[in-house]
Design a protein around this ligand. Sequence first.
Ligand SMILES: [Zn+2]
Length: 123
Amino acid sequence: MTTSTRRRRPQVIAEFRQRLAAMRWAMARTVATTDAELATLEAHQPSEFTEGAMTGVIGDQLSRLDGRERHELDEIDAAQRRLETGVFGVCESCHGAIPLNRLRAAPTARRCASCQAQVEAAR
Ligand SMILES: [Zn+2]
């Protein structure tokens, strides 16, 4: 078994599309304040929460996020873009494949563990 292939298999792409959509849905839920907003969220499946499908009420909810949550949403957006452009799971520093178990623990990870540790050590 090899994990060195750079291009992710379609089922892996589908898996992370789901995971990222669910993360997005969960974030919208944290800022839902009224019954109407919650009802709108409940009426949509997390799988509908792909990039660009966040207009209207849910977009308004997500636009209320700030600070750390805003940053987290931006990271989810960026990961969704990487999925669509075929570079998801590729380390931004060394361009190696980020191991699947790391991505499952942190779907928005931009770097492999050793490059991330270097970035954090340099801060
Ligand atoms: Zn790396």
